[in-house]
Design a protein around this ligand. Structure first.
Ligand code: H2B
Length: 96
């Protein structure tokens, strides 16, 4: 099973991802897109990388706002896979 990141490692990860925060055992980012269509387009791109990595974020879509939450369900917390996934999602979100 994947190992949980230490508090120090989580702090370091958040230092490289200023738009992400820690919330209830997950790395969380709220993105505001132009409209629902754009929100779905971003979610579809994230779905592709998540499938490729076999590691999937929790996603909440509310019209033009998308909340991504990266946590490892099987480990019940944040692992290196979540840090990597958050960094990849951030690349997709870069202009927002
Ligand atoms: C069988 C498959 O590898 C697992 O169910 C994967 C899929 N994606 C996953 N994603 C996340 N975020 N946590 C998991 O524990 C997880 N498990």
């Amino acid at each position: 099973m994947a190992e949980l990141l230490s508090d120090q490692e989580i702090g370091k990860t958040l230092g490289t991802l200023p738009r992400w925060r820690l919330n209830e055992g997950g790395l969380v980012r709220v993105a505001e897109l132009a409209d629902f269509t754009q929100a779905i387009a971003v979610v579809n791109r994230v779905a592709e990388i998540a499938e490729a990595a076999d590691h999937h974020p929790d996603i909440d879509i509310r019209w033009n706002k998308v909340t991504f939450r990266c946590t490892t369900h099987s480990a019940n917390g944040i692992t290196a896979q979540d840090a990597a996934l958050a960094a990849q999602i951030e690349t997709i979100l870069q202009p927002t």
